[in-house]
Design a protein around this ligand. Structure first.
Ligand code: UD1
Length: 342
């Protein structure tokens, strides 16, 4: 039986493109919407190539209510996934209004249109950033949220609350917030992956660009933290695994298996990895040189955080499957593909 249709807003982006592939693999129809603010048509072409499906694409800004309404008029999807948000922490401190407008307005427009058109299920991209610096590891969904340390983090907390309240007040509306840990890696085909504009702010793109010779040297931000090797600890989740969590979340709502109309899941591996460990695994797995130096701590960084993914494992029926080595190999394969390195 043909499954229902999903609108993927931000489907040309890093996580959105990988999720589109997994939705198609699982038998869903997909419509991609994107405004190309931090992406381009290359990802859509990559997704079409991987899946062999000519996925419909609409260029639209979800903050433009009238333009966005046309997408709802034109397509018969029952579920949406909201990836269309800005995610650079530093930029959000400099341009808070841009972040509040983009991230909150796009979600509110989406919810309004879902109510207007009677569409039922929404998956929202949240982040482990909502936990701040946790008192206890690993974090569960019950771990209290701490005050956000950036406008970006604030938008994630506020968006979760907006979604929770809208679901509570709307008959037939269901929502799942996925709290991502640190998504890394690329599709094994090397046809899609992470392609940041300008100087990468995140660790793995900086590593792969350094290995490719585009950046001179990786700076490890701090080696004097209270952790075993002194560098920060994160839970690095493979982007294909993360994509599959979205498919599981959509399936749960489409098949009415959800316990509550609004639910939250941590999406991580359950394993904390330090920056230095990750750097060394990358070198070893890929057999490449990676110039690297210790630099001062980066302001606003959390010392350590990793997920307790038990709820996603048992309730959502999702589990991270790929190993860190596979993920780091895929990240490098993608960078080589982009740069034309043999
Ligand atoms: C950051 C955000 C998070 C957001 C995510 C989006 C913070 C505190 N968190 O996660 O809310 O959802 O980006 O992608 O900003 N590192 C280096 N050298 C580098 C880059 C990073 O040592 O050149 C270190 C960082 O200090 C950190 C780790 O690598 O310990 C991971 O950093 P990054 O990839 O930027 O992710 P987060 O900061 O964890």
């Amino acid at each position: 039986m043909k499954k229902s249709c999903v609108l993927v807003c931000g489907g040309a982006g890093y996580i959105g493109s990988h999720t589109t592939v997994e939705l198609i693999n699982a038998g869903y129809d997909v419509v991609i919407a994107d405004n190309f603010s931090n992406s381009d048509m290359g990802a859509v072409e990559g997704v079409r190539k991987i899946t062999g499906v000519d996925i419909p694409f609409v260029e639209v800004d979800c903050c433009d209510l009238e333009a966005f309404r046309k997408v709802f008029e034109q397509y018969e999807f029952d579920s949406v996934i909201h990836f269309a948000a800005s995610k650079a922490v530093g930029e959000s401190v400099e341009k808070p209004m841009l972040y509040y407008r983009n991230n909150l307005l796009s979600l509110m427009n989406m919810i309004d249109l879902m109510r207007e058109f009677g569409r039922h299920n929404i998956v929202f991209s949240s982040s482990c950033t909502v936990y701040g610096e946790p008192d206890k590891q690993p974090v569960t969904e019950q771990t209290p949220r701490k005050p956000a340390t950036s406008p970006y983090g604030n938008t994630k907390q506020m968006s979760e609350d907006i979604l929770r309240d809208a679901v509570a007040a709307t008959e037939g509306l269901k929502g799942i917030a996925l709290r991502y840990f640190n998504p890394i890696g690329a599709h094994p085909s090397a046809l899609i992956g992470e392609l940041p504009r300008g100087v990468p702010q995140n660790l793995v793109p900086y590593i792969t660009q350094t290995a490719a010779g585009i950046r001179e040297c990786l700076s490890v931000f701090g080696d004097d933290y209270p952790t075993p090797d002194g560098s920060c600890i994160r839970d690095y989740i493979d982007v294909v695994d993360l994509a599959k969590a979205h498919v599981a979340a959509i399936g749960r709502m489409v098949e009415n298996r959800n316990d509550e109309n609004y639910e939250i899941f941590n999406v991580g591996t359950g394993r904390g990895v330090s920056v230095l460990e990750l750097v060394n695994r990358f070198r070893e797995v890929n057999g490449v040189e990676l110039p690297c130096k210790i630099a001062p701590r980066r302001e606003g960084d959390i010392i350590a955080i990793w997920a307790d993914p038990t709820r996603a494992n048992t309730v959502l029926g999702w589990k991270a499957g790929r190993t860190l080595d596979e993920t780091l190999a895929a990240a490098w394969a993608w960078e080589k593909h982009v740069r034309g390195i043999e």
